[in-house]
Design a protein around this ligand. Sequence first.
Ligand code: GDP
Length: 328
Amino acid sequence: MQTALVTGITGQDGGYLAERMIADGWAVHGLVRAGEDLADVQRRSPEAVLHGGELTDDDALARVLAESDADEVYHLAGISSVALSWKEPVLTADVNALGTARLLELTWQHQERRGRPVHFLQASSAEIFGSAAAAPQDEQTPVRPTSPYGAAKAFAHHLVGVYRERGMFAVSLLLYNHESDRRPESFVTRKITQAAARIALGLQDELVLGNLDVRRDWGWAPDYVDAMMRALRHTHPDDYVIATGRAHSVADFVAAAFTRAGVPDWRSHVRVDEEFFRPADAGLQVGNPGKAQRELGWTPRVPFEELVGRMVDADLAQLRVRRAPDPS
Ligand code: GDP
């Protein structure tokens, strides 16, 4: 049986990936942090073997690699919030940049010891391009991050290239924002769909947001997990932009979500507060997935309106279940 190690298995992408890999007959091991809530991953993927360990702990990472004897390593763990990276820049560097350095080097050593290749995937980010001069961005766009998160991810991205030159099957995917109803509310999409659903049901009146004008390229998370699996099983390792190629503003997202939830006049419910603005924020992020389409046969399958619709519907359904009277 082939084995994958997934760091970040409790996150949105890690969860979808574990479910797909297990369905495909793989053994899945996951790295989890002390004190994390494991209920969802244990319920959805009871077959997954979970190992405790931090990305700042070399010994723990070496032990997990040895115990799992992984053929594929999907490195999805880290500080996922750009907003948090402004508050915790040093921690972000330690976890997202140095954590990847530790895991890459230990994976290299693990590969040397077992004498068989280990394929490594780095979940990189559109944030490494910062406020790119050109749109859409592609694999040739200069790496010029403008947030602590982007800078840490940029270091990790470059280091993947170093290990690839050294002979490792190491892939870095430049993932644009990818969402689902498993996104936490710290991300703007879920914050909006939760609020739209709550306002539709009379549970909330106001939604407080930051910059409504920024434009992002939002895709459906399971599609992005599919790209990860394709990239690690391709004939050769490379970097790929994974995006839909279409950008929408935060205001567009709010409008689509409120329409779906059946709430008229979204503007009367939204207040803008400086609290949610960032010190620097790319006005437009949009990726060109052409290379992934040509080389990996990958296409994003869920367009914007459907993505928003699925998230709103899931939030409405959850809230209705919670509000329904207890049948007993
Ligand atoms: P990110 O791209 O990983 O930072 O994903 P987010 O969903 O956190 O943010 C996407 C964009 O939405 C950023 O440009 C934010 O500045 C913008 N945004 C506007 N209002 C909000 C808000 O209330 N919360 C968050 N998280 N982002 C917001």
